[in-house]
Every structure is written in structure tokens, then in C-alpha cells.
Design a protein around this ligand. Sequence first.
Ligand SMILES: Cc1cc2nc3c(=O)[nH]c(=O)nc-3n(C[C@H](O)[C@H](O)[C@H](O)COP(=O)(O)OP(=O)(O)OC[C@H]3O[C@@H](n4cnc5c(N)ncnc54)[C@H](O)[C@@H]3O)c2cc1C
Length: 496
Amino acid sequence: MHAPGTPSPARPSGSGTEGGGRHHVVVVGSGFGGLFTTRALARDPRVKVTMIASTGHHLFQPLLYQVATGILSEGEVAPATRDVLRRQRNARVLLGTVTEVDLARREVVSTSPAGTTTTSYDSLVVAAGAGQSYFGNDHFARYAPGMKSIDDALELRGRIFGAFELAELATDPDVRRRLLTFVVVGAGPTGVEMAGQIAELAHRALRGNFRHIDPRESRIVLVDGAPAILGAFSERLSRAAARQLERLGVEIQLGRLVTGVDAEGVDLRDTDGVTTRIETQTKVWAAGVAASPLGAQLAEQSGASTDRAGRVRVEPDCTLPGHPEVFVIGDMMALDDLPGVAQVAMQAGVHAASRIRRRLDGQDHGEPFRFQDKGSMATVSRFHAVADVRGLELSGFPAWVMWLAVHVFYLIGFKNRVTTLLHWAVSFVGRGRSERTATLQQVRARQALAALEEQPAASPGAAGGDDPVPGTSGSRLDDLTSPAGRPRSDAPRQST
Ligand SMILES: Cc1cc2nc3c(=O)[nH]c(=O)nc-3n(C[C@H](O)[C@H](O)[C@H](O)COP(=O)(O)OP(=O)(O)OC[C@H]3O[C@@H](n4cnc5c(N)ncnc54)[C@H](O)[C@@H]3O)c2cc1C
């Protein structure tokens, strides 16, 4: 293995077998960073790009909450990557989870149900993003799914709509109250968006759908340890968003830390040490991120350090120390306190591609990455958002129109833009939520995974074959909201 921090042996560009004489760029991840890197190399005939990603789609994470609340379908926010790149002849897409990067040998090892693949590179761009962090309480995940993947969004969709279904059946008022209580942990943009949409669902979209319950009796609680919501925005915008949430009926509890999460509730502790409990069936975790574990591996090999979220402290040009051929970008990179947002990932991807091209031109002078901040925005409800565009602060309808335009612009694919606009018309002008389906198969798979997680030392046959997995044979309605396990981190999240 190569000594940390020392340059890996230089190899003539294109000398690897994979590039077929061309400079072979391996891109890890099909998110914003990976996709923008790959596209920015489209017109360079000297380059061959291999994108390796553990999902077959490009995920537009900013709209995941709309999948979870029945506004959009998963296909609208997650088009197939190979379809997005179908016209880019110098790019190919491989399904696989990268488990190992060998900086000295310039090789990447990935696994998929088809087996293990080793891919050599001339340049490597690692954009494997970040996952949810439960701040050392990973067991919370079972009861409070995060919002990072299509799996997460569909899981939450099943739980949210399932809770209303079960409340309709419940005869015990306490059980009904618990089922109609929704707690969102984390008051950043994702938490605010989720709380706002669940409130709109309860107070507006589901009107007339039930005979025994009134969804408007739902209690939606947004919890955060911080003293204000949307901490990255100014006080004025934070207050405007809070007012709008309260108008929608969202209860905001600030200065409260979550100390426990179980099947039927959430335990909280405030700054004075006073503890309280909220009885709730449906919990959403929208607090904390942890960079892909690949970051720690790359840091160890290169001598780079990582920050608290596991992001790699890269050189000013987004490369690893001693490895000008390896870029770490997007949510995995720690550089100049840049936030983990889509714009940073996209621009860093374009920067990495430009550096690779300049190197091939013999004109690479290690130019630093310069982020152009185009502003930030968060939507609170239909027709209401907050936006900070280079110091210009907007809230309410004008900010929402801006939010809408930006999201339609960055959504990938013409068809997706059209169908998304139609769905928004149905949900925001009308009241419909057309994407409410949760399948029994999803529920069974979730329970099987939960059972597997509970049996770490289980016999090899426990996962299938003749050995029934506990809890998977039922088709009861309460399956819809029962505590779920999350996919094991080493299992492929989705196959094409
Ligand atoms: C719910 C939510 C809402 C958000 N809203 C906004 C917003 O409104 N505005 C904004 O600017 N930003 C928003 N963000 C942040 C933004 O989405 C991220 O900053 C951005 O996606 C980061 O891009 P990335 O390429 O670094 O990682 P990602 O987009 O997360 O992509 C990571 C890719 O790597 C793949 N991958 C992961 N591990 C491996 C592995 N070991 N091997 C192979 N492939 C792997 C994944 O499958 C994925 O394709 C939001 C994020 C979330 C979760």
C-alpha cells in the first residue's frame, strides 16, 4: 500500500487498459457531483468516463419530501442514469457499490449482485455523497427513517398514509391520537419542508377522504435542539418561515434534544434538563448527515484529515493531498466551510472535469475551486417559501415562484419537468395527492430486513429459503406503520 500523503507513481495518461488508449476517468456516484462531472466531459474525445454508482438513478434529493408526501412519483425525481447519459458516447454506467479505492494501484473495487469488479483509472472523481447521521444513536433509524434515498421516501410515504388509515380504524382515542401525531426531527430545510407538507396533507389534501376521523385533528410537531428553525437563513427569513408553519398548524418545539425514539413515541430533553415525551407513531429524522465511509478510506490512504461529519479535507482544488489525479467533491468534501448543497456539488463536478481537461492540454496549474453562491431557498408550503439570493431576501409567494422556477430548471429531463409541473398543478392549485401507493411487498421486505438486523448471528438460512422470516407472513393493515428496519448498509440499495 502506498504511504499516506506521498504522490502515487505517475502513469502515462491512457496507459490503463480500461480507457482503450483514452484517458480513463472513473466517477463514483450518480448524484449532482457525479452527473455534472460526467456531463462536463461529454465533448472531449480524449476521455472515456466510467460512472460507478450504487443506484441506477440520478436522485434529485431536494424533492424527495414530495415523494414521501404523495405529490410526485419516484420516477420524476430519480430518472435512470443510463437514460440521462444515453447520448454521451464517451460515458458508460456501471451499477456497483464501491467498497475500496486503492490510490497506489489506481483501482476502484465495486460490488453488485453480479459480483466484484475492479476498475482502473487515470483520474478519479469521488462523489458518493452523504447518508443520515443519528449522532451515535443508529437504533433510532428503525423508528424514525431519514430522508436520503428513494427507499427512505417510499418508506415514509407508507408510514404517513398508513397512519391515517389505521387512525380511521382505531377505536381507542389514545391510539387514534398517537396515530394522528407526526414528529419531524430537525428544523433545517428538509424538516421544514416535511412538516409543512404533512400539515397540508392533514389540513387540506385529505379532506373528505375519511369517515371516522377528521385528518385536521392531526398534530404535527417540528423539533430541533437549536433556538430557531432554518438556522442557515437570516433571523427575518427564519421567523417568516416559522410564522407560516404555525399558520398551517405545525407546532414548533425548539431547544429540545431527542434523547429516545421508540415504536410509540419520542423522548425530548430541553435546555433546563426537563424531559417530555410525545406519543407518536410516525417519526421523520431530518437531522444530521455523515459523509460516505469512502471518505475515511481515502483520508487514511492519502494522509488527509476528515471533519466531524466524515468529510475529507481536500486541497483548494478539490484533490486529495499528494494525489492530483483524485478529486473528492460534493457532500464528501470539506473545503472553506462550504455547505453540503447541490450547487456546491454541481460546480465542484464541473471544476474537476475542467481540471482533467486542462491537464490533458498540459495547462493544469492547480487552479483552486471557486464557488459561486447563487443563493439558498427553502419551501414551507404551497405558495410559500423563503429565499436568500445574494443578499436579496424574499419570503412568501415571490420566493415560492423562484423556488419553483429553479427546481424545474434543475430537474433532469424534459418529460420529468412536464409531468412534475402537472403534478404540482394537481397538488397545489387543486388538492390531489396522486402518488399514495404503498405495496405489501415493500412492507414485507422492510420487515424481513428488520428481522435480519435483529439476528446478527443468525444461521445462513434465516434470510430466505424454507426458513420463514418472523413477521413477514401477515398482510395486516398495521404492517403499514409498524417499526421498520432499514436496508443493511452493505446491501445494494437498488438494482436497475
Ligand atoms: C432531503 C434533501 C433535501 C435537500 N434539499 C436541497 C435543496 O433544496 N437545495 C440544495 O442545494 N441542496 C439540497 N440538498 C443537498 C443536496 O441534495 C446534496 O448536497 C447533493 O445531492 C450532493 O451531491 P453529491 O453528488 O455530493 O451526492 P449525492 O447527490 O448524494 O450522490 C451520491 C451518489 O453516490 C452514490 N453512492 C453512494 N455511495 C456509493 C458507493 N460506495 N459506491 C458507489 N456509489 C455510491 C449514490 O447512489 C448517489 O448516486 C438536499 C438533500 C436532501 C437529502
